[in-house]
Design a protein around this ligand. Structure first.
Ligand SMILES: Nc1ncnc2c1ncn2[C@@H]1O[C@H](COP(=O)(O)OP(=O)(O)OP(=O)(O)O)[C@@H](O)[C@H]1O
Length: 577
């Protein structure tokens, strides 16, 4: 939690004033039993109703001032705590955005969602409670014990015994419950994981009629979470009865010795009542302290989870501080003996890949599932760094480019067509923030998406729902291709991104890209031989290694893997066409 305190920067005044006002409130609370004692010992004893009314007014005033102090403290504490969580959330969001795929793969989305929401809320509650109660509760306990001593030393000793006994009981109950609260937070991660998977894959769940099983799985983790909470609740429920019993014993002792001291004329009846009130105040303060410690423990458990994310350093660093100039007479993209292994994996996904792609060339990448096609193209925009070897773009290592420059050179069309909630125009502008409607229209027409966008009533202003759920798979794919084209990248990477298009549209798309984007180097990853057959260069991948490089004709003669792929998909005539 210490590491997170920096997020309270800018709230110095609030973090000072919140506890201060709470202490003021506590001070007024400690005076009240003395006023009550006065009413009994002077007002009631002498039947002095004017005095009683006077003291009652003082009591109401003390209560009102106490209330104002409490509200003021609450205001400052809430302001500091929400400011703290807002800054922390902002930092965490931008930190997560800076992480590379390697770290995101390792951490996983569900836990990141829980950490940026629930864990930060927990930390916020912790900060709020610390500001309000950290000083107040001990202040009331110590103040009440001191007041009891000023009234009567012998009875003060009862306080000195009761306070540690109540504290020990509270400590034991908390020692029991705190680990359970930590478990609860981990269980929440599982709920988040299942919820996310189910909502993202809602259609698949329905298509396979898995609602019952998925509901069952969800109910299991949900019940587990509930059981953990109930267990913690049951143990915590012991807190009140156990501490109240001890307090009642202490009150009996106060009344007993107090009665004797009253009989001896050492203390007054009002003072006995004041001592009982102080004992009550101590109990309430200690229970508040226990709640504070539970909140702080939860906040600390959450802080560990938050820090784990904040301390995760991206293995990809934006080393290129200066924009790079293209070198003359170099390939647009060059792989030099590239090997890549995913974190946590024993075997490389790519081994010894070398090839060059010139400006304007179309590079087809083909191979069986899981042979490393997506991995290869993901290395070009540095989603991951190579394990061995080097990748150059326009003669410079990809690592030498500032990310911003590198990513504007490359238009990525990922395997899974992801669009964001907003209009079609908003989504197109991801490719170029200041793109004009003409530029967007041109990109849409190359991507074979113009007709269907024009057929919509609101054209570019048509709303796309979250994830593009109101579009067909093929429409989504075409829009993601158009989005990549809007920025006129030098390199276009299409990772199996025409798989949902019919053959004619796929062919028209490739033709349009070829005709209308002169100079652009295009990578087409595909399982379909027809999609890459016309490419200037085809890379045939087999189990992470290059099985062949060349044109369709060359590969048909020299590459067994390629020949098998083609013959399994095309007729002899089509192969030779
Ligand atoms: N994020 C990841 N973490 C660990 N291993 C991965 C990851 N992504 C892919 N792999 C592994 O790397 C290998 C290559 O995967 P890749 O996605 O590049 O194959 P692909 O040829 O594109 O497959 P497909 O045609 O099915 O999309 C596979 O064995 C896969 O299991």
């Amino acid at each position: 939690m210490k590491k997170l305190i920096r997020f309270l920067k800018g709230y110095g005044k609030e973090t000072f004033l919140a506890p201060l006002f709470k202490m003021l409130e506590a001070t007024f609370e400690l005076i009240v039993p003395l006023v009550v004692a006065g009413i009994m010992d002077i007002g009631i004893k002498n039947k002095d109703s004017a005095y009683i009314w006077h003291q009652c007014v003082i009591m109401v005033l003390l209560g009102m001032i106490g209330l104002v102090c409490a509200l003021t403290a609450q205001y400052f504490a809430a302001k500091a705590a929400t400011g703290f969580s807002t800054a922390l959330r902002r930092e965490m969001f931008s930190h997560i955005s800076s992480l590379s795929y390697r770290e995101l793969d390792r951490l996983g989305t569900p836990t990141l969602v829980t950490r940026i929401t629930s864990d930060i809320n927990q930390a916020q509650t912790g900060v709020n409670m610390v500001l309000r109660l950290f000083l107040r509760s001990p202040f009331i306990v110590v103040g009440a014990v001191i007041m009891s001593f000023t009234i009567n030393v012998r009875i003060g000793v009862i306080f000195l015994i009761a306070v540690p006994v109540i504290s020990i009981v509270i400590y034991l109950i908390m020692k029991w419950t705190v680990p359970i609260y930590k478990k609860a937070q981990a269980s929440l991660d599982r709920i988040s994981l299942i919820t996310r998977e189910n909502h993202v894959g809602a259609r698949v769940v329905r298509a396979f009629g898995r609602q019952y099983e998925e509901n069952k799985d969800f109910s299991e983790v949900n019940d587990q979470y509930t059981a953990i909470q109930i267990r913690a609740g049951k143990i915590s429920a012991l807190l009140n009865p156990a501490t109240t019993v001890i307090m009642n014993f202490a009150i009996i002792a106060i009344l007993w010795y107090g009665g004797i001291e009253v009989g001896n004329g050492i203390i007054s009846q009002g003072e006995v009542v004041a001592l009982v009130n102080y004992m009550n105040q101590i109990l309430i303060a200690l229970i508040a302290l226990a709640n504070l410690i539970v909140a702080v423990t939860k906040a600390m458990a959450s802080a560990v989870r938050i820090n784990e994310v904040l301390d995760t350093q991206s293995t990809l660093t934006d080393e290129g501080t200066n924009a790079q100039k293209d070198k003359a007479d170099t390939a647009r993209v060059e792989f030099r003996n590239v090997t890549f292994t995913y974190a946590g994996s024993q075997v490389p996904a790519l081994t010894g890949i070398s090839f060059t792609a010139k400006p304007g060339e179309t590079i087809g990448i083909i191979g069986g599932t899981g042979c490393g096609k997506s991995t290869l193209v993901n290395l070009i925009p540095r989603f991951y760094d190579v394990t061995q070897g080097e990748i150059l773009i326009d003669g410079n290592s990809v690592k030498a480019y500032p990310f911003a420059q590198l990513r504007t050179k490359i238009g990525m069309v990922p395997q899974h067509a992801v669009l964001f909630k907003g209009t079609i125009r908003d989504n197109m502008k991801w490719g170029k923030a200041d793109a004009t409607d003409q530029q967007i229209d041109l990109a849409l027409s190359i991507a074979q998406a113009k007709d269907f966008v024009d057929s919509k009533l609101e054209k570019l202003d048509t709303m796309i729902s979250q994830g593009g759920a109101n579009l067909s798979g093929g429409q989504r794919q075409r829009l993601t291709i158009a989005r990549a084209l809007v920025g006129k990248p030098e390199i276009l990477v299409m990772d199996d991104s025409a798989s949902a298009l019919d053959f004619a549209t796929d062919a028209a798309l490739r033709h349009a890209i070829h005709e209308q984007t002169k100079g652009m180097t295009v990578f087409i990853v595909s399982q379909r031989a027809t999609s890459i057959k016309q490419a200037d260069k085809i890379l045939v991948l087999d189990d992470g290694a290059l099985a062949g490089v060349g044109t369709h004709k060359e590969l048909m003669e020299s590459c067994q893997v390629y020949r098998e792929i083609c013959l399994s998909q095309l007729s002899e005539q089509e192969v030779n066409r």
